[in-house]
Design a protein around this ligand. Structure first.
Ligand code: GRF
Length: 202
């Protein structure tokens, strides 16, 4: 499968997906790394690794216009799937629906707990003894789609949001590649069928 990864930041999850994609038996390749932040650290990693990149700042643009440019980049790269990895923008509903079942996200909490921002701070404030990360299918509702996999991380004494985030990130790197690998390899591909049916209907 051909995967476009959308990032806004350091891109460590993107890098984990990329390196996993180069291991024997990998079922996907990263065909594009795209960002709304032209200075995102992950773009430099992708460039050095020879992965095509696209970046376009969203500043001063309408959401729909920016989304359309990102979507075009993914399509032009021939992506079958989009993996959001620290992409800090909410995508418009039309975009999400066109990629229904073909767009995944990683979120640093054990969903359905702590959708949105500041997940680690919220977990610590709640006194949780276990935190973690989830990979889910992207639907128009934020952090709400079907959960495909989770990784648990124990909270330790004196954890701060930053120390906890650091360990959860390590778990994210293991989780995302494994889940993406099994998702693109699943035997019944409803998304694939839908795509074909849509093509016939046009
Ligand atoms: C990760 O914790 C991800 O779950 C969250 O943003 C962070 C991105 O980190 N949504 P990176 O850019 O993959 O290093």
């Amino acid at each position: 499968a051909r995967v476009a990864v959308f990032i806004s930041g350091s891109g460590s999850n993107m890098a984990a997906l990329l390196y996993a994609s180069r291991q024997p038996g990998a079922a996907y390749e990263i065909v594009l790394v795209a960002s709304n932040e032209p200075h995102a650290g992950g773009l430099a990693i992708a460039e050095a690794e020879g992965v095509p990149t696209f970046s376009l700042s969203h500043k001063g643009m309408k959401r729909a216009e920016h989304d359309a440019a990102m979507e075009k980049a993914a399509k032009d790269a021939g992506a079958d799937y989009i993996a959001l990895a620290g992409y800090m923008r909410i995508l418009d509903e039309g975009f999400v629906n066109r990629w229904a079942g073909r767009m995944l996200n990683i979120h640093p909490s054990l969903l359905p707990k702590y959708k949105g921002l500041d997940t680690h701070k919220r977990a610590l404030e709640a006194g949780d003894t276990v935190a973690g990360a989830s990979v889910h299918v992207v639907t128009p509702e934020l952090d709400d789609g079907e959960i495909l996999g989770q990784a648990e991380v124990a909270v330790i004494p004196n954890d701060t949001p930053a120390t906890l985030a650091g360990r959860v990130l390590i778990a994210e790197h293991q989780l995302y590649g494994r889940v993406l690998q099994s998702y693109v390899s699943r035997p019944f591909r409803a998304d694939w069928l839908l795509k074909r049916v849509r093509k016939l209907a046009l």
